[in-house]
Every structure is written in structure tokens, then in C-alpha cells.
Ligand binder design. Structure first.
Ligand code: NAI
Length: 331
């Protein structure tokens, strides 16, 4: 039998946490034959609720679940974890300035970076979900210098999956027949959902999504804004932000990272820029990536037209601004 993998979920008493932990315990993240030990962290005001989630995990009698640690102690939560999914953070409340929210999250991610650095397994893979996801991941990277930068990522897979969903709805095709959309940039409304390289498999083989939809007007405007604004549309409908889709996409992100992407398929991940596609180094930016043997690499050589270039630069600019705002909170 395989040794259990220790998976940390921070903010585990929250909405996404409640959807995510049963998915992990059922094998949706690491596979149906991989036992797991769940580490769940939340803060003191949520301690009782967190314990309730632990009780339910026990009650669900998941065969793959070999243990549950539920704690408000960051060091205990991070001890020996192999995967860390960072969902906990400080939400923006009405009347709060961007700078105040940033400042709260910078101090949370700075502290949790140090805890992961000290206590996590040396090869720990980190996925930041909490917003501002890219910049929280960047702060985590800066304050955990001994964790390789390749091991620190943020979630844009939800946006990627939303783009696949919109294309498949429009074509009345199976979502599994659509692939290779790209989310460039920030997990925010400046992100650029790009379909220029996307394909859909039909009875006649693999077709370009742009050619088969044959409506540049829709693809260049409504499609993009729908994906960019989808989070807000969910809040409007549910009075709560996306949780099941966020949890499911977090599982997809880690599963592909650990087990690889299928041949000929890429996914979107927020990763530390090496300057690819002219995106300045030192930002956590969403790129198309393929994964193999537990490592991602940015897909190279895609042709970028002028329309895309402008949108990729706009979202990079926003990330550079977030980065300086985050740094100004440190001083
Ligand atoms: P929520 O408010 O229901 O849960 C957040 C949990 O984090 C709460 O239980 C809270 O007590 C906990 N928390 C706060 N500070 C903490 C700390 N220092 N350490 C550990 N836990 C802490 O929020 P929800 O809906 O679960 O969303 C979580 C985050 O995910 C939010 O920041 C949200 O904006 C973000 N998000 C990101 C998405 C993405 O695609 N990247 C998609 C959807 C949400």
C-alpha cells in the first residue's frame, strides 16, 4: 500500500474548505489509490466549526482518509505536509480600502510562508487560492526562500475551466472535447481568457475553436467578459462566492501538477514568471503549462497577436501594481 500523503487546507472551516476536504478524502485530488492525511487550519473564531468539519469527515468513513489534524496552530498544521492548499485569508468587507485588505493578507501570507518553510516536507507543493491569489502567492514565495519557486503556484484553473465551460455550452459540445484555452495573468477581472489556440474534437476530428464558432465578435467581447465576470455572477445568484467549482478546480490543479497533463493538452496555472512571452520576471502570472513528473513548464512558442498582446500586458501591469502595493504594506 502507498504511504499517505499529507495535505494541508487552510481556511478549512470556510465555504471552499467545506467543499474541498471531502473531494480530497475521496481521491479527486491525488487519485483513487492514494491514501491521505488531512491537515486543516483555521483561526480561533472558527475553531468550533472546524471541529465540526472534522467530525463530519470521521462520520463519512472515507476509506482513503488515514487521519485528520484540525488545529488553529500554524506550526502543527504545516508539520510534514506534502501539499498545501492555502484557502484562508482576509476577505474584502464593505467600505474597506484595497490597501487595508492587502495589508491583512500580506501579514497572513508572510507568517504562513515562514511556517511552511520551517515545518512542511522539503518537496512541498503549494497552491494559493485565497485572494488576491497571485500576490498572496508572491508574498509566500518571498518569505519562504528555501521552498523552490517552482513549488509555489496560484489557482487560475477555475477561470480556465470556466472558459472551457463557456465554449462547450456555446457549441453544445462535451466539455471534455474542448481543450487548450489559456488564462493569462491575474486571477481578477483583468485576466485574459484566450481561445486562439483552443480546439474542439468533433466527428470530423480536431477543429480550431475560433474557426468552428466563426463569431469573432462574440469571442473577442462577450466570451471574455463572461469569463472575467463569472465570479461576480455566481455571487449575485448564490449570495455566496463560488465554492464547489473553486474546490473542484483546486483538485484539478494539483492532480495535473502531480500526475501530469495528457499529451497535447495544457492547463493554466499561476506560476513565477521567468520572462516568457515578455512578462516581467518576479510576478506570479497565469500561463499555459504542461506538467510531467511533478513539474510544470510554460508552453513555449505560441503565436501572440496584437489583440492578445495588449490584454496580456494590461493584466501584467495590474499585477505589478499589486506587487508594489503589497511591498508598501511590508514597510
Ligand atoms: P470563507 O470566508 O468562507 O472561508 C475563509 C476561511 O479562512 C474562514 O473559515 C476564515 O476563518 C479562514 N481564515 C481567515 N484567516 C485565516 C488565517 N490567517 N489562517 C487560516 N484560516 C484563516 O471564504 P471562501 O468562500 O472559502 O473563499 C476563500 C478564499 O478563496 C477567498 O479569499 C476567496 O476570495 C478566494 N477564492 C479564490 C478563487 C480562485 O479561483 N483563486 C475562487 C473562489 C474564491
Amino acid at each position: 500500500a502507498k504511504n499517505p500523503v499529507r495535505v494541508l487546507v487552510t481556511g478549512a472551516a470556510g465555504q471552499i474548505g467545506y467543499a474541498l476536504v471531502p473531494m480530497i478524502a475521496r481521491g479527486a485530488m491525488l487519485g483513487p489509490d492514494q491514501p491521505v492525511i488531512l491537515h486543516m487550519l483555521d483561526i480561533e473564531p472558527a475553531a468550533e466549526a472546524l471541529n465540526g468539519v472534522k467530525m463530519e469527515l470521521i462520520d463519512a468513513a472515507f476509506p482513503l482518509l488515514k487521519g485528520v489534524v484540525a488545529t488553529t496552530d500554524v506550526a502543527e498544521a504545516c508539520k510534514d505536509v506534502n501539499i498545501a492548499v492555502m484557502v484562508g485569508g482576509f476577505p474584502r468587507k464593505e467600505g474597506m480600502e484595497r490597501k487595508d485588505v492587502m495589508s491583512k493578507n500580506v501579514s497572513i501570507y508572510k507568517a504562513q510562508a515562514s511556517a511552511l518553510e520551517k515545518h512542511a516536507a522539503p518537496d512541498c507543493k503549494v497552491l494559493v487560492v485565497a485572494n488576491p491569489a497571485n500576490t498572496n502567492a508572491l508574498i509566500l514565495k518571498e518569505f519562504a526562500p528555501s521552498i523552490p519557486e517552482k513549488n509555489i503556484t496560484c489557482l487560475t484553473r477555475l477561470d480556465h475551466n470556466r472558459a472551457l465551460g463557456q465554449i462547450s455550452e456555446r457549441l453544445d459540445a462535451q466539455v471534455s472535447d474542448v481543450k487548450n484555452v489559456i488564462i493569462w495573468g491575474n486571477h481578477s477581472s483583468t485576466q485574459y481568457p484566450d481561445v486562439n489556440h483552443a480546439t474542439v474534437t468533433t466527428s470530423s476530428g480536431e477543429n480550431s475553436v475560433r474557426e468552428i464558432i466563426a463569431d469573432d465578435n462574440w469571442l473577442n467581447s462577450e466570451f471574455i467578459t463572461t469569463v472575467q465576470q463569472r465570479g461576480a455572477a455566481i455571487i449575485k445568484a448564490r449570495k455566496l462566492s463560488s465554492a464547489l467549482s473553486a474546490a473542484s478546480s483546486a483538485c484539478d490543479h494539483i492532480r495535473n501538477w502531480v500526475h501530469g497533463t495528457p499529451k497535447g493538452t495544457w492547463v493554466s496555472m499561476g506560476v513565477y514568471s521567468d520572462g516568457s512571452y515578455g512578462i516581467q520576471e518576479g510576478l506570479i502570472y497565469s500561463f499555459p503549462v504542461t506538467c510531467e513528473k511533478g513539474e510544470w513548464s510554460i508552453v513555449q512558442g505560441l503565436k501572440i497577436d496584437e489583440f492578445s498582446r495588449a490584454k496580456m500586458d494590461t493584466t501584467a501591469k495590474e499585477l505589478a501594481e499589486e506587487k508594489s502595493l503589497a511591498y508598501s504594506c511590508l514597510n
